[in-house]
Design a protein around this ligand. Structure first.
Ligand SMILES: [Cu+2]
Length: 225
């Protein structure tokens, strides 16, 4: 099972591409092998009538049906991939509408990039309250990350969750996810931001909701998280 809803969406799309790629690839190579064998040159084979000859117009071939069939098939296959991709992008880039209810069932966390570390502030407490260097979240809850930076452009990427967004000074970019499994996952800066860029990583710790509640209770800096 995927480790988050976003990873699930990603792998659904990946599997669609993989499935179509394998099926179409197998079909194309089979037809090619069949035709290569069937029409291979033999000593007894006469020269085809439509063989290209310099100075002679090529013979007319009535293959409109084949052309139409291949264009139609390609259109259908590409449409599936294009609409599937846009649908997943739409879901990943828009925070679910239930998060706009009050009180919101979702958890909102500010993520701030700074050369060369990340800081996480819970429940919109802003950058005034003490932050946390590790992102701890409960499973089974929609978590919204408002990502920004205080110096240069960074990029917050949760590799296993298959989501990322730029951290831009003076601007807030939002990503969201719903963790489905507990575990520790890598958060990495994916924008070259200076000579220590490679050290700009931390962890996302997805915890059982009860364990997360205990952690919140032991941290007075997380008001109502
Ligand atoms: Cu960075």
């Amino acid at each position: 099972m995927a480790v988050s809803n976003t990873a699930e969406l990603f792998f659904q799309l990946w599997n669609t591409f993989l499935f179509l790629g394998i099926v179409i690839g197998a079909f194309v190579f089979s037809v090619m092998a069949f035709l290569l064998l069937k029409y291979r040159a033999r000593d007894s084979t006469p020269e085809p009538e439509d063989v290209p000859v310099i100075g002679r117009l090529p013979a007319h071939r009535g293959h409109v049906k084949t052309l139409l069939a291949s264009v139609t098939l390609s259109t259908i296959i590409l449409s599936v991939l294009i609409f599937g991709t846009f649908s997943v992008i739409d879901q990943i880039s828009n925070v679910p509408s239930q998060c706009n209810m009050t009180p919101s069932p979702c958890m909102r966390i500010n993520a701030v990039g700074q050369r060369f570390f990340w800081t996480f502030y819970y429940n919109g407490t802003g950058t005034g309250a003490p932050g946390h260097p590790v992102l701890r979240i409960p499973t089974g809850k929609i978590v919204i990350l408002d990502v920004t930076s205080v110096d240069v452009v960074h990029n917050l990427t949760i590799i296993e969750y298959k989501i990322k967004t730029d951290a831009v000074p003076g601007r807030t970019n939002t990503i969201w996810f719903n963790a489905t499994e507990t575990g520790t996952f890598r958060i990495q800066c994916f924008e070259l931001c200076g000579n220590q860029h490679w050290t700009m990583y931390t962890s996302l710790v997805a915890m059982q909701p009860t364990q997360f509640a205990k952690w919140v209770a032991s941290n007075s800096t997380i008001p109502g998280a």
